[in-house]
Design a protein around this ligand. Structure first.
Ligand code: PRP
Length: 171
């Protein structure tokens, strides 16, 4: 199977006609399907839709994933430091792969055995036939301010912070 990793976004619109002209037709309508792995008219060619920044990673590790056997666990995540700490504390040696989006595609394509990711409703996991095996931590959002801006634009920033604090009900 040949996997073509294509960049999502505006450039994708120009990629499809190019593929078609080269004799490769994507069977699903990418506008309508939520699938991230798309079959083509060529049984041995498939397309994965990923962020542009993830394309080199899929190309670099994709081949290795096809030949990996009995090696240690490969984990894909946006949160490399947290994942590294988590597995180190358990004494488990893993290979971490940094991705910038669509984590759930990594196990589906064989790029990784597992992912460390955020979950909100759990719908994405379900939709991709993935199962939560361990809860690492609870998360919450933070307002982060540049230190220089905090000094130089103290008043307007204070107003925004106070406004947020009012909405979330704490100071
Ligand atoms: C996050 C996360 C999952 C999804 C989980 O992605 O990476 O894909 O939300 O939410 P759920 O449990 O409610 O389904 P996000 O939308 O932040 O985009 P990303 O693909 O760029 O990570």
């Amino acid at each position: 199977m040949i996997t073509l990793a294509l960049s999502k976004g505006r450039i994708f619109d120009e990629t499809l006609p190019l593929l078609k002209a080269a004799g490769i037709e994507v069977l699903d309508d990418p506008e309508k399907t939520r699938k991230l792995i798309l079959a083509t008219n060529q049984p041995d060619v498939r397309v994965v839709l990923v962020r542009a920044t993830d394309v080199p990673t899929y190309v670099q590790y994709g081949g290795a994933a096809a030949v990996r056997q009995g090696a240690r666990l490969t984990v894909a995540t946006k949160y490399v430091a947290i994942a590294r700490e988590f597995f180190a504390a358990k004494g488990v040696h893993v290979d971490l792969i940094k991705l910038y989006g669509s984590m759930e595609l990594a196990p589906l394509t064989g790029l990784a055995d597992a992912i460390v990711d955020l979950v909100s409703t759990g719908n994405t996991l379900k939709a991709n036939h993935l199962v939560e095996v361990e809860h690492i931590m609870d998360i919450s959002s933070r307002l982060v301010v540049n230190q220089a801006a905090l000094k130089l634009k103290r008043e307007p920033i204070r107003r925004i912070i106070d406004a947020f604090a009012g909405v979330v009900g704490q100071k």
